[in-house]
Ligand binder design. Structure first.
Ligand SMILES: *Cc1c(COP(=O)(O)O)cnc(C)c1O
Length: 429
């Protein structure tokens, strides 16, 4: 595939934007390539500035569960736009989207809209601290919660410890309030609660960790977190920014039978426009300003265009849409797994609903970040590059997952499997 226009735009962008991008993983660094400049996108495909058409399994990193430029979503936004782009005042769209969110997340009495997943998580954490009057957080290695200072933490030495900042620019004192534990390890969290239980404001987890591979957790593990929080007066925060609205049977909390105190949302809830949200029972939410003392605000929060896109997206997500996503997921498994096996390539397809991940090992997919093999990047980048050349776009990182949208068709999935077969053949694996 010819990419001369993309490459020259990237060179131009390098003079004006840091690394040519506005979010680091877009830079293709971990797959040793250049970013591709998109021109337009429709349904399951995107067209780049050089005129190449690609089948898209990134789907804007999750929000586009109905694919690109869905006519009903575009129409809803376009109609709203005729009446103004931002009011800075209440409007019916906020009520309508809140009702739809509450239908899915039954533990929420009240919802607050913000403009990104990061903002939702940051605000949920502040609310939990304000509500409990405590400072400490527990987070897990291998979970991503946006670029929130107190959650940009790597594990220090030892099994369950205070973390160290994973980026310069974050004060030591900020991460000193974050305890970090490995996923899927009951003893580690038991220990943290034994040592610090009375100081812990909240435990925050992606109940379906999907930002560092797809690290599915045991039900009992999530249930233990619920019990520990309950016993020690801490709040349980589920970060469902990526898993929220993905499953027919409700929230991932519902599916795992564990009810959190606060849930943070993003991605699908905005249908491709910037929306985040968090919600909880009234007693917690009423600590928020204007009813309570915990401050949180936003110039563009509840933006009418973004609410309209969210409402249209959720209205399209009926039972049959979820069934369709599940059947596409099954087809993907059935066509991709045999190809990996045939070539003996050390990868497996891990899937939950419309989320999938090429797990970089022939063994059982891992449940913890430290169990992901260290050669994951190399194994993946060959596959990524090969598939891209054949017109299939996966996320440019071994640790990012893929997304199936309701507009994908069987031939897109079979086509990807066939391309993968050719790629592995060419690699002479
Ligand atoms: C994407 C994501 C975030 C951050 O959301 P942004 O909209 O990128 O700020 C937070 N948590 C999880 C689980 C995510 O997947």
């Amino acid at each position: 595939m010819q990419r001369s226009k993309s490459n020259s735009l990237h060179n131009e962008a390098l003079e004006h934007l840091v690394g040519g991008v506005n979010s680091p993983v877009r830079a293709f660094k971990s797959v040793h390539g250049n970013p591709i400049y998109f021109d337009k996108a429709s349904g399951a495909t995107v067209t780049d500035v050089d005129g190449n058409e690609l089948v898209d399994f990134v789907q804007s990193w999750g929000p586009l569960v109905h694919g690109h430029s869905h006519p009903q979503i575009l129409d809803a936004v376009y109609k709203k736009m005729q009446n103004g782009t931002s009011f800075g005042a209440p409007h019916t769209g906020e009520i309508e989207l809140a009702k739809r969110v509450k239908k899915r997340f039954s533990h929420m009495d009240k919802v607050r809209f913000v403009s990104s997943g990061t903002e939702a998580v940051m605000s949920a954490v502040r609310l939990a601290r304000g509500y409990t009057g405590r400072d400490l957080l527990v987070k897990f290695e291998g979970c991503y919660h946006g670029h929130v200072d107190s959650l940009m933490v790597s594990s220090g030495s030892g099994l369950a410890t205070f973390g160290i900042a994973s980026s310069p620019g974050i004060p030591k004192d900020t991460v000193a309030t974050t305890l970090i534990a490995p996923l899927d390890d009951d003893e580690a969290v038991d220990y943290l609660f034994k040592e610090h239980g009375h100081e812990i404001a909240a435990v925050i987890i992606e109940p379906l960790p999907a930002n560092n591979g797809l690290l599915v957790q045991r039900h009992e593990y999530l249930a233990n977190l619920r019990t520990l929080c309950h016993e020690h007066g801490a709040l349980l925060i589920f970060d469902e920014v990526i898993s929220g609205f993905r499953f027919k049977d409700g929230s991932y909390g519902d599916i795992s039978g564990v009810t959190p105190d606060i849930t943070a949302l993003g991605k699908i809830i905005g249908g491709g426009l910037p929306v985040g949200a968090y919600g909880a029972r009234s007693e917690i939410m009423e600590k928020l300003s204007p009813l309570g003392p915990v401050y949180q605000a936003g110039t563009l929060s509840g933006n009418p265009l973004a609410m309209a896109a969210g409402i249209a997206t959720l209205d399209l997500l009926d039972d049959s849409a979820y069934d369709h996503l599940e059947s596409l997921g099954k087809i993907l498994e059935q066509c991709v797994e045999p190809v990996l096996e045939k070539h003996g390539y050390p990868m497996r397809l891990m899937r939950r609903g419309s989320l999938f991940w090429f797990s970089p090992s022939a063994a059982q997919p891992p449940s913890r970040a430290d169990l992901i093999p260290s050669d994951a990047g190399t194994l993946y980048s060959d596959v990524h590059k090969g598939l891209l050349e054949k017109g299939y776009m996966l996320a440019p990182s071994a640790y990012e997952i893929g997304f199936i949208a309701t507009v994908h068709q069987e031939h897109h999935l079979l086509g990807m499997a066939k391309a993968l077969d050719e790629v592995l053949q060419e690699l002479e694996w």
